[in-house]
Design a binder for this molecule. Structure first.
Ligand code: ADP
Ligand code: MG
Length: 332
């Protein structure tokens, strides 16, 4: 994510600001969405996600700040966006007595020019091919969501913006959505999905931007976030702590290593690495003749999310991250 050329970005915003009356909704939002990935736009209710997406499709006009979309400055009047950006921002309204397929034909006729065969393609793409002839009033919530996404894909846009698309989906529906979004990014397209639910974003996104009180407070690849919040805890005999420390420190040289040398917890080390490295921790110690008496691995992304979003909701400005990683540093 360092020194990426501008055209590798699907969206960049700088200082994006929007108020509704006197109430600030966005207070200088800087976001960077690389192309070809699923970007999870994560933040609590009221943090400014929908406002941002509405600005990105020209449904709203910013008070200040700039937007670049697909390598070009974007103005809210820009008509080209209709051809390049698909979106599902408000719950789409469909004609309940028309079939899914006929609804898409109506959408296709009203929006940017669409090839007729595209209707069938997008319906299969979202897994609705076998229900395409059924009336929309017989669809489940998840099916209506998918039909909305199919509508957003009709004009074959390069960028897809989906506001809380996983809302109301069961775990199976979220897995199906992940697969569908993978198909979209496999074609080189970019998807932004907003959500206020961390596990949804963890399942869907490659890169995560965390928004709080109208600002982006953290942004980076999901793997980096997981690494920043992951840990492996290992317990050795207290008299072997001195020998174990340099081995463990070498696993994450730029991160703190915590060890407890007295009391009931004596011998426990906490290493700030991905939980998946637990067996490596065990093996390195064993290679040095040190036998682990306990091993645990975990991740506290939830803790980081709460820390970042609660600290800024209290209007104290961006919270520091418990990491020295530049990629995840707070912006602004
Ligand atoms: N049409 C509106 N009129 C007045 N205030 C609004 C309007 N839409 C959103 N807001 C306010 O702007 C802030 C951001 O809202 P929104 O962008 O909808 O956040 P999110 O999508 O993250 O829940 C909130 O404080 C919300 O109450
Ligand atoms: Mg919203």
């Amino acid at each position: 994510m360092t020194a990426v050329p501008a055209d590798a970005m699907a969206i960049t915003t700088r200082g994006l600001t929007k108020r509704y009356g006197a109430r600030p909704a966005l207070a200088g939002l800087d976001m960077n969405v690389p192309r070809g990935i699923v970007y999870g736009f994560l933040g609590p209710n009221g943090s400014g996600k929908t406002t941002t997406l509405r600005l990105l499709v020209g449904l709203l006009r910013p008070d200040a700040g700039s937007i670049e979309v697909l390598g070009q400055p974007f103005s809210w009047r820009d008509r080209r966006r209709m051809f390049r950006i698909g979106s599902l921002i408000e719950t789409p309204s469909f004609y309940p007595y028309l079939s899914g397929r006929d609804n898409l034909r109506v959408f296709g006729a009203a929006g940017p020019p669409t090839r007729p065969e595209r209707v069938g393609q997008v319906l299969s793409g979202v897994g609705l091919a076998d229900r395409a002839r059924d009336k929309v009033k017989t669809y489940s919530l998840g099916m209506k969501q998918r039909l909305g996404i199919a509508a957003a894909l009709l004009s074959d846009p390069e960028l897809l913006l989906l506001d809380e698309p996983a809302n109301g989906l069961d775990p199976g529906g979220i897995v199906a959505m992940r697969e569908m979004l993978r198909n979209v990014t496999a074609e080189g397209k970019t998807v932004v999905v907003s959500s206020h639910i961390l596990p949804e974003v963890q399942q869907l996104a490659d890169v995560v931007g965390i928004v709080s009180a109208g600002r982006l407070v953290s942004e980076g690849p999901l793997t980096k976030l997981l690494e920043a919040t992951g840990h492996v805890r290992v317990r050795v005999r207290p008299d072997e702590m001195v020998a174990a420390a340099p081995i463990l420190r070498a696993l994450a040289a730029d991160r703190p290593l915590y060890g407890v040398d007295t009391g009931a917890q004596a011998g426990w080390f906490t290493v700030s690495v991905l939980p998946s490295r637990a067996s490596e921790v065990n093996r390195l110690l064993a290679d040095a003749g040190i036998h682990a008496m306990g091993l645990e691995a975990g991740n506290d992304l939830e803790g980081l999310f709460l820390q970042l979003t609660q600290a800024t909701s209290a209007a104290t400005g961006p919270a520091p991250l418990p990491t020295s990683s530049g990629t995840l540093g707070p912006h602004g």
